[in-house]
Ligand binder design. Structure first.
Ligand code: 6R9
Length: 652
């Protein structure tokens, strides 16, 4: 039986659910009626959300879908994204309000008010103009998590240049291919940033990349670490050029469909896809969702999203969403364990963070480090917690709610993608009785379904493929320079529907659970089994912190389940023995049924992850099938595979 002939088996049973606190529900930004309102008039609902922004010219048409899958939202409308994120708040008298509490890894800090941000963005915009950057040009940004990163993005948006932010951790080769694909004219970088207590250089990587790219005219370099760097003719120091610019600049209105940014996703095969987002629809979507999903009260909340801005989560929920909403945010440069494993909780305590948004990978790491660490800090300012990036295992969800949220705060598990621009499926913190591990329901205005192989909706209790059935404002407009690939990748699997590439199920109440990438689904004795469910079963064992599961070729069952497990900090020594492995296998069989029992479980010190914390199962499949390990260039830490191989000299 081929993978596509059977829908996903639905194994995990989870019965816990957490209704919203009464006080939060009563004062919530978005109430239950919003679902009916959006269902009655979806486009009207989105037009109402677009009113959150300030438009220089109102749109003539909400959506032009006459040439699917190429959408145009708010056709004829004009606005400037930077004006909406900065100037309008200053004009409204909020210039003294803090936009960012920035915290460097070494402990240095910067406070940027909206008025400061306006001056900085204006200076940077004038600097870009002096370097010859014009509306429509592309600018690559390769910076650490310092204020110049959002400033650079907004400066681009202000003059209509399209930014392409590349993760500071990527190799020169990865940077070069992204520069070339977008034909960027300028790179903005820094000498380096701080990671794990040390300066970590960036400039040499840029020099190497730029030596081979024909389109780059200048490299604009922020001095952050003060380490020596090679100086080339095309280099310009930020501290020289930007600092001497005028802090006055008038933002130019852009067409609603003007390209705001390109962000590359690596995908499993082939060259990275340049996901293109435009201005009006994207900004509407992120402003709306940031307000609705986090119940943001801009006057009183302090919001922190711990993502890197090089990931879409940082674009939408550190930069554009929070700033469009006039929020006060925290931005942190470094790693969670520098100088110690309490750093994040220290940041929350220090700035009295009330809304916190992070990834399951981080939560599982904190579980591994132990409950006693967050317990040493005052986290009582928190009122809403969020999760993004991967399915959150129910145990990790409950740990997060209890140990970080004192068993009191709603946890919103938000499903979305680089391609969707903003959150699509999520509980609403004042409305939904959230179930641990479920993204629950499409947001008001969003249309999603779980379908079978034929594109038919599965009944409640069934599993299949997640699709989006109607266009939405934050949707990608195409893959940069490759319309064909856009159509083929997202719109060809199911007629007229966007195929997200994720497996999902609907439970008996019709709520949606994400089950991981379809490419990762295992086929065991004719059953399609989700890696996520087996991983969640493993993580529900009290001695397991993290687990990754892959399907390895097996002569008897087609594929067999192979698991890689990181024990919890408190688990002690007994986790190495055969007896413990048997206990774990039995635990999975008891939780999910005998079909899901792993053939093999291996204890490992680390798991291979991307910079956004997603487990790279492809590499683990190489280990499980005794192959040499494939491309590791998008790993957050390239030494992890060595650690694993060391631990498992004969992986089989
Ligand atoms: C925002 C982001 C997208 C893929 C997506 C899915 C996974 C993200 C999730 C989730 C289950 C969630 N994903 N959030 N899976 N539950 N709450 O992560 O964008 O880096 O493009 O990744 O991440 O597999 O398809 P991106």
């Amino acid at each position: 039986m081929s993978q596509s002939q059977e829908t996903l088996s639905n194994l995990l049973q989870e019965t816990r659910s957490f209704p919203p606190p009464a006080e939060l529900a009563a004062a919530a930004n978005v109430k239950a009626e919003a679902y009916d309102e959006a269902a009655a008039d979806r486009l009207g609902y989105w037009a109402k959300q677009a009113e959150r922004l300030t438009w220089s010219k109102r749109w003539d048409e909400i959506l032009d879908w006459s040439n699917p899958p190429f959408a145009k939202w708010f056709v004829g409308g004009e606005l400037n994204a930077a004006y909406n994120c900065v100037d309008r708040h200053v004009e409204a008298g909020l210039g003294a309000k803090i936009a960012y509490h920035w915290e460097g890894e070494p402990g240095d800090t910067r406070t940027l008010t909206y008025a400061d941000l306006q001056r900085e963005v204006n200076k940077a915009a004038n600097a870009l103009l002096e370097l010859g950057v014009r509306k429509g040009d592309r600018v690559a940004i390769y910076l650490p998590m310092i204020p110049e990163l959002p400033i650079s993005m907004l400066a681009c948006a202000r003059i209509g240049a399209t930014h392409s932010v590349v993760f500071g951790g990527f190799s020169s080769e990865a940077l070069r291919t992204r520069i070339d694909d977008a034909q960027a004219k300028l790179v903005i970088t820094a000498d380096g940033g701080y990671r794990r207590g040390k300066p970590s250089a960036l400039k040499p990587t840029v020099d190497e990349a730029v030596a081979q790219t024909p389109t780059i005219e200048h490299v604009l370099v922020v001095r952050r670490t003060g380490e020596d760097v090679a100086e080339n003719e095309r280099d310009v120091w930020w501290q020289d050029l930007v600092e001497r610019q005028s802090d006055q600049h008038t933002a130019e209105p852009m067409d609603a469909e003007h390209p705001l940014f390109i962000l590359y996703t690596s995908g499993t095969t082939g060259k990275p896809k340049g996901i293109l987002h435009t201005t009006g629809g994207y900004l509407t979507h992120v402003s709306y969702t940031h307000n609705a999903v986090f119940d943001l009260k801009p006057e009183t909340d302090v919001y922190w999203c711990s993502a890197d801005i090089g990931w879409v989560t940082g674009h939408s929920y550190i930069v554009y969403g929070p700033l469009a909403n006039g929020a006060t945010s925290v931005m942190y440069e470094g790693t969670p364990d520098t100088p110690n494993k309490g750093r994040w909780w220290d940041v929350i305590q220090k700035y009295k963070v009330s809304i916190f948004y992070t990834a399951p990978t981080a939560i599982r790491t904190f579980m591994k480090w132990g409950d006693d660490i967050p317990a040493q800090y005052d986290l009582s300012s928190l009122r809403v917690l969020g999760s993004v990036g991967e399915p959150i295992n129910p145990e990790a969800y409950v740990w997060y709610r209890e140990n970080i949220g004192a068993g009191r705060t709603p946890v919103v598990d938000t499903w979305w993608q680089t391609e969707t621009g903003g959150i699509m499926i999520s509980p609403l913190p004042g409305v939904t009785a959230a179930k641990p591990g479920a993204a629950m329901r499409p947001l008001p205005g969003v249309s999603a379904e779980v379908v079978d192989d034929q594109g038919e909706p599965v009944p409640n209790g069934g599993g299949g493929f997640l699709v989006l059935t109607e266009p939405w404002p934050g949707m990608l407009r195409t893959i940069w320079g490759d319309d064909e690939r856009y159509i083929k990748t997202y719109w060809s699997r199911f007629e007229g529907k966007y195929f997200a590439g994720d497996g999902a199920k609907k439970d008996e109440d019709g709520d949606i659970w994400l089950l991981g990438r379809v490419d990762d689904v295992m086929l065991v004795s004719g059953h399609n089994i989700s890696t996520t469910e087996v991983e969640s079963a493993l993580v529900s064992h009290p001695k397991v912190a993290e687990a990754a599961v892959v399907g390895a070729t097996d002569p008897v069952t087609g594929q067999a389940i192979v698991s890689f497990v990181i024990p919890r900090g408190s688990a002690g020594e007994e986790v190495e023995g055969e007896e413990f492995l048997k206990e774990l296998r039995d635990h999975v069989a008891k939780t999910l049924g005998p079909i899901a029992k792993p053939r093999q479980i291996m204890m490992v010190p680390e798991l291979p992850k991307t910079r956004s914390g997603k487990i790279m199962r492809r590499l683990l499949r190489d280990v499980a099938e005794n192959r040499s390990i494939g491309d590791v260039s998008t790993l957050a830490d390239s030494t992890v595979m060595d650690l694993i191989s060391e631990k498992l000299p004969s992986a089989k």
